[in-house]
Design a protein around this ligand. Sequence first.
Ligand SMILES: NC(=O)c1ccc[n+]([C@@H]2O[C@H](COP(=O)([O-])OP(=O)(O)OC[C@H]3O[C@@H](n4cnc5c(N)ncnc54)[C@H](OP(=O)(O)O)[C@@H]3O)[C@@H](O)[C@H]2O)c1
Length: 252
Amino acid sequence: MARVAIVTGATGGIGIKFVERICLMDDIDEIWAVGRNKEKLNKLLEKSSKVFPVDADLAVDGVNVIADMIDRDKPDIRILINNAGIGYMGSYDDMGRNKVAACCTVNCTAPSELISIVLPFMKEGAKILNISSASSFQPNPYLTVYSASKVYLKNLSRALSVELKPRGITVTCVCPGWVDTGMLPKTKGGETIKYNGLISPDLVVDKALRDCSRGKDMSVPGYFAKYFRFYSKITPASLVMKLWVNAIKKYI
Ligand SMILES: NC(=O)c1ccc[n+]([C@@H]2O[C@H](COP(=O)([O-])OP(=O)(O)OC[C@H]3O[C@@H](n4cnc5c(N)ncnc54)[C@H](OP(=O)(O)O)[C@@H]3O)[C@@H](O)[C@H]2O)c1
């Protein structure tokens, strides 16, 4: 029975690094690398013969594509990384119904369904990582749906880590601040945008894998996200949001 890792968002900045790290793991035979961009998916094949690209749109029927593969192969699923995500910076008004729906589906519904689909195929020692965000530490106007979706994923993750402990399955929620990937706009009005505390995807992935192997339910990489978490705990939400609105004007 193949020992499988499933990584969604495998074509993006953080996902590619997860795939690279898992390629080096002796106890994984296959990496199901999920994404939509066919060119980037095919490029992942160069990393290792363990990589199996899965072309699946998680905003449409992507979860069914993965469920069918699991039904067919009945694998031993060792790792699930719910990493695919959609961000949107701007006003809720401008976002519109379709983008709101896609953000909720990809960031919340798909990871929840995937966990429920993989659990019957996971044994003791299996690991689930959910890539949330420092945006989950407080409400973020102009990143409204994204930050709300990441709160959902964080609470799902932490509660599940308790439920699944008796089965020996770890669930780790990863909450980075700004990460240097294609998700972030690089310029505004011809000027380079400087993101406070920007970190590399390598740092996120190395810490996430370290924390999950230690059985931690939270992984907060970088000093900026750690500070943001602490400051959000001790500061009234109204003040955090006021300061956030001033800060985000640099980016939108
Ligand atoms: N970058 C940051 O500052 C930051 C900070 C905190 C948390 N995060 C989280 O980290 C995770 C990875 O993001 P990233 O920074 O690596 O961004 P990214 O480079 O934009 O990658 C996003 C990934 O999500 C996939 N994706 C998006 N919509 C999809 C859909 N409908 N169906 C299937 N796959 C879809 C993309 O696949 P295709 O391109 O193939 O469609 C891509 O692989 C996300 O959950 C994000 O919210 C990022």
